[in-house]
Every structure is written in C-alpha cells, then in structure tokens.
Write a protein that binds this ligand. Sequence first.
Ligand SMILES: Nc1ncnc2c1ncn2[C@@H]1O[C@H](COP(=O)(O)OP(=O)(O)O)[C@@H](O)[C@H]1O
Ligand SMILES: [Mg+2]
Length: 510
Amino acid sequence: MLSKVISSTLIGIDGFKIVVEVDISQGLPAFDIVGLPDSAVKESKDRVRTAIKNSNIDMPVKRVTINLAPANIKKEGPAFDLPIAVGILACIEAIKENSFNDIMIIGELSLDGSVKSVNGILPMVCTGKDIGIKKFIVPYDNIEEAGLVSDVEIIGIKTLIELINYLNGKNKIEPVNINIDNLLKSDTLNNEFDFLDVKGQENVKRALEIAAAGMHNIIMVGPPGSGKTMMAKRIPSILPDMSFNESIEITKIYSVSGILKNKNSLVIKRPFRAPHHTISKSAMVGGGRVPKPGEVSLSHNGVLFLDELPEFNRSVLEELRQPLEDGIVNISRVNGSMSFPANLMLVAAMNPCPCGFYGYSDKCTCSQNTISKYLGKISGPLLDRIDIQVEASAVNYEDLGVKGKSESSKDIKERVILAQKVQIERYKNDGIYFNSQLTAGLIEKYCELGEAERQILKGVFDRLNLSARAYHKILKIARTIADLEQSKNIGVTHIAEAVQLRNLDRKFMF
Ligand SMILES: Nc1ncnc2c1ncn2[C@@H]1O[C@H](COP(=O)(O)OP(=O)(O)O)[C@@H](O)[C@H]1O
Ligand SMILES: [Mg+2]
C-alpha cells in the first residue's frame, strides 16, 4: 500500500514543495526514512510511532518506508511528522484515501499526539500558494501566521485525532479568517521610544534625520553617556511605516528564525537589532550547517545598530562589507548557495578612545598609541560604506532640564517621508530608491552643482585635504539635505551642511 502527502521544507527563506511517500509492506518490522533527512527528520519516526499509539491506533507491525521527494534536497526540522503520520494512517486505512489530495500538510507531533508549531510556516504557505495549492493543514498555533496569506484555505489542527476525524469527515473545522487591515493598523504608531525624550543634541538629531531621509549609514562618536544608544533606538520611529510587502518580507525572515511571536504574527514595526560586540561571524551574516539568517537579515528593512563599534571582532566587521554593498547576503555551502535579504540602515556608535573622553575632556588617560590602535580596529572599507559621521558631545546641564522643547518623532518622520518620496520618484527608472544608493555615474547625473556651489566645495577640499571618497559622500548627503527641503537643486547651504557631516575625517584621523 502506498500513499503520498504534500508537504514543504525550507530553502533559505523560501518554501519548497516536498512529497512524502509512505509505503507499508510485508516483512520484518522496520521504519526507514530516506531522501536526505537531517537528524530532526530521522527522529520523526519515534515521535510519529508514539503519537499514533497514543491516539489509540495500532501501529502496523510491518515494514514502513518513507521517501521524501525530491531526494536531492536536504530536509530539515520536525515539520514532516504530521504528513508522515497521515501517510501511514492512510496506508492502514485509518484515514480515507483521497481525503488529503492537493492539501499541503505541515506540523510537528508530540508523543501524546498533540500538534506543535513549526518555524517557517509563512514562507511555506506562500510557496504552496504560488504553485497552485489552495488548502493547507497547519498547527493550530501557527494559524495567525499562515492566515496572512490571502485567498487560500487554512485549517488549524491541535491533535492528530482531530486531524484524523477531520479528514474522515467526522468533524468540521472552520478555515482561518484573518483581517489583515486590522493587523496593519494596530499599534503602528505606538513607538515606545520617541525623540521627544532626547534633550539637546540638536546636531545629532539633525544628522539622524538626514540619515533616515536618504537611508544613509551613520556613525556617532562621542563620550559615554552622551545619549548615542538612546538616540539610535529612536531611529525606527522616524522611518516611514512599512508597506505590507515589506512587512511580509521581514515576517518570513523572523518566521524561519523562529523568533516570531504568534499573537503578533505580522511584523509591522521596523526591525531594530543591536547585537552584542562578542557576536560571531555566522550570527552576524547568517550561517550554520543549514544556513539561517543572521543579524544583517533580521534587520532587513530596518536598523542594525552596532554599539561600541571598535569592540567588535575585526573579521566580523569585514563580513559586513558585502551585504552593505548589495543589500543581500550570499552564503555558500557544499550543497549550493543561498541568499538572504539584508537591506538595512547601519547605525554605529563608538567612544573616541578606550576610556571614552579623548577630544572631549582632559579626563582622557589614553596614550596616542592606544587611541590610534583603537580607531584602527575599524577598517577603511567599512567606514567607506558609512556616509555620515557625527559627533555626540556631552549634553549640557541646561539642556537636560528643559521641558518639552524637543521635537517629537512624529514630526520628524513626516519630513523624512516627504524626502523619501522625492527620491523614489526621481530614481524610478534607475533601479534604486535612495540617495545612499547613488553610484558614481548617477551622482554625476543627479547631483549637478552650480558655479557658486562648485567654488565652495573646491575651497573646502583644498583647505581640508579631503579624498575623492569624501567628495562623493558629500554630494550624496547634500542631495538628501536638498530633498528634505524639497529643493530641486543642491545649494550652497546644503553643501556646507553636508561637509559638517564628514568632519570626523579630520578630527580622528580616519
Ligand atoms: N540628550 C539626552 N537627553 C536625555 N537623556 C539623556 C541624553 N543623553 C543621555 N541621557 C540619559 O543618559 C542615559 C545614557 O545614555 P546612553 O544613550 O546610554 O549614552 P551613550 O550610549 O552615549 O553612552 C540615557 O539612558 C538617558 O537616560
Ligand atoms: Mg552606549
């Protein structure tokens, strides 16, 4: 007796259809799973056997062979438990034949027969829908997530017995119905962090607004306690709300990583990730035997905050160069390469020296040598990908006391949204969205300067001895500043302000 059940596995952050073939034949009792299963899949047989027994059904004392087709794809995780159980039960006629044709079945089994949630339901259902599947049976705890996919029928299952009765037509289960508009509306603007709380630091706030407007990477340098961490946390609150597609993209990544909280199945807040500086390479960019997304992908469409930048392992920082350049991470493994999206805004913060006070107070006790070594830990190529550098000096006592003077995130966000609209419209035929993505060729096209502006820039260059790299960055930033003012041309004031946002080049000898 042979039966076939449709299921799915994950490749990167995409689902991939797998057919679970179950054969039960005469012979010595055995239970084999073939078709490149990983250890979690192999252990499936013990869970399935016990779950069936505890659902008061006798496991056949025969030779059971499971094939996961196609055989050349590695299968991982426990999500095949449920389709395997269904296949076996169909073979012994505990489940009606043909009752599960064209249904994708996904789920992990507990020994007592209850169905447990699995990672990656959203991408698996998305792919299923793309290849024409209309109905999905998933763990009850995953229905909020599966329900994000529209125009398909989602059935949530709590136990194996419930599923058997359902497929045999003995009980009815209503398909899930999720109101996506409600999900999108709920608590979007309810940011726990608001720029309203940040006193003083007007220059840093302005730099962050410019960074957000052009999606420029930014580094803040300043003594401890000047509010660098505090301000970084507030950046998502001034970025535009995510579109539904952006939300789905990041929800898929969270789903595969297993960090999705079920009740808020759709991620609607822009990610803000702040990994500790002891982080490993694979945790940062993704990896593992079966590659999983790293921090750069978990901050896709949002902010990756690297606090105390020089403390990070240099080789980990080097790994960031490619994703920052391409907006995507490629990971190669023996059985093929995989890519994860990684379109993010990098925000870094650092003290100017190990003690933190160099250049800001005579409290600094570091020698010139220690300081150079500290700054030298950040490589030129990484700094190359950071457009804006800003100093966060200590806050004045007077500023701290002032009540209600700061601008709220909501007001800043409105300006950012307008500036981004201008860019998206301008670059609609160039394959980019924001000024930070301008290439040298496009800079020439879109950042033209008048005579006065050119003179100013030349003066700055001669005086400060800037590099060609700084030249392009200043133009890009000036373009964003002009966009914030809805100005078509880049003016002298825009150039002047842009130059200010590169002044650490000199002060700290980067
Ligand atoms: N500009 C500011 N306005 C209000 N509070 C501030 C400001 N700067 C610092 N603080 C207070 O000091 C604390 C420490 O700031 P933090 O962001 O950790 O500094 P840093 O990261 O620069 O060392 C903050 O949690 C906040 O309570
Ligand atoms: Mg800090």
